[in-house]
Every structure is written in structure tokens, then in C-alpha cells.
Design a protein around this ligand. Sequence first.
Ligand code: IPE
Ligand code: IPE
Ligand code: MG
Length: 255
Amino acid sequence: MGLFSSSTQTIPVSGEVPSHIAVIMDGNGRWARKRFLPRVAGHKRGVEVVRGLVKQCAKLNVKYLTLFAFSSENWRRPEDEVSFLMGLFMDSLKREVTKLHENNIRLVLIGNRSKFSTELVTQIELAEELTAKNTGLTLTIAANYGGRWDILNATNQMVSKNAIKHPGKADFTEEDLAPHLAMHYATEPDLFIRTGGEKRVSNFLLWQLAYTEFYFTDTLWPDFDEKAFQLAIQSYQQRERRFGRTSEQLASSNA
Ligand code: IPE
Ligand code: IPE
Ligand code: MG
């Protein structure tokens, strides 16, 4: 079952904690280089930061936390870095899944799994099955994910689903497409955070970020601590989300 309410339709109450936070965890390599360490030391440290962030989001009753762990373009990196990242992903899954489950956290992986080892795919499936019924925070890890891949994949599914029932149908709507997107189970992100100073989306959730509030910080991912996260939340809470309307309209609808 999909979730069809687009966040561009309903305005969340201003000053609230965002219910869906999506993060590009960038700057691991630079963090390591600054310390004359190999890049992978930054990735290792980055996992610790993920652990802390998950804890904080659970405490704040955030409903969805979505983390970009590996993009469809990251295969272009040196082979040893790619294989380190795959190994780290595998180890972290194994190590953390019980704790996630104990904390009522549901884990979901989005992205193209076809390039992963069978061992990794099995581990992902086990983790997803174990935590599927949990009702607390939904933690989504985007791995071998690309926003364009997601949209194309959803389009292909939508078209082939309709080919039999409605041959020749050419008037598809957003509601037809939405259930086929990788994150059909979640509302669209309220807050997007990118650490590491770059101001770009890097093929993350292209469809779902249509009306998300953006927050960029120069803080490198391994340094993104509780205080840095609070600054991002505070920045979000000061914004007025209008979704095309005017300030005056919002004021009168709140009155
Ligand atoms: C983000 O950090 C982690 C991944 C992309 C897997 P980077 O590895 O991109 O770090 P920088 O941007 O080179 O510092
Ligand atoms: C984006 O980071 C992907 C992840 C954080 C996993 P990159 O560091 O790979 O992004 P670009 O290529 O510099 O835009
Ligand atoms: Mg980077």
C-alpha cells in the first residue's frame, strides 16, 4: 500500500520537529585527509555519527530518517574504497540490527541491489524482515541509489502494471507513479541536510525533494554531532513553508 499524500499538499505546523529528515552524509574523506589518515578512516568514523543521529531522531520522535550511504555514481571511486564501503556496510548491518530491533526501529534499504553480493543482499533482507513490524523510527538507508534510477524504475513499473489493465493509457498522474517509488511508504522529506560544504543534490531523492527545506553546513560528516544536528533542526523550525501560497494566506488559516 502506498502513501499518496504529497507533502506539497498539506502544510506542517510551523516550529515542529521535522517528521522526515533526509541526509547526504558528505565529507568523510576530507575529514580523514585533514588528519593524515586514509579516506576510509573517515567512513569508519562516519558510522559512529550515524549511530548518534539515529538515537537522537528516535528521542525526538522523528518518523523517518533517510541516509544517503552510497550513490549510483560512487562505483566510480577507486576499487579498494568501494570494497571497503561494501564491507563496512555489511559489518554495520550485522552489528547494529539487533540494537535497532530492540529500539523498535524499522530498517529499510532503497537502491538497486543487483550489484551487491548475494551475501550482502541476504543480510539486508534479514534485517528488513526482522524489523518490518517495528513502529518507531523508520531508518532508510539509500545504497546504490540514484534519484533518476528511482523515477525511471517507478515509471517502468507503472507502465507495465497498466499495460494489461489499461492498454494505451497515456494520462498517468502523480498518484499513479507515487506507489512505485522506492520510498512509497514514507511522507516526503521535510528537511534535507547536506554536510561537507557542497551545495548540490548529487542525484539523491529528486522526486521527493520537490518542496523540502534545504540545510547545508560546512561541518564534515564525522564532526556532525548532537549540537550540529540541533542547529539544523532550529534552522528548519524558523522557516515558513508556503507551498506556493502567500504568507498572508498562512496567517489567516492559522488564525
Ligand atoms: C561521503 O564522504 C561518504 C560517501 C560518499 C560514501 P566522501 O567520501 O564523499 O568524503 P569527501 O567528500 O571526499 O570528503
Ligand atoms: C554523495 O556524496 C553520496 C553520498 C553521500 C553517499 P559524494 O561525495 O559522492 O557526492 P559528489 O559526487 O561529490 O556530488
Ligand atoms: Mg563527497
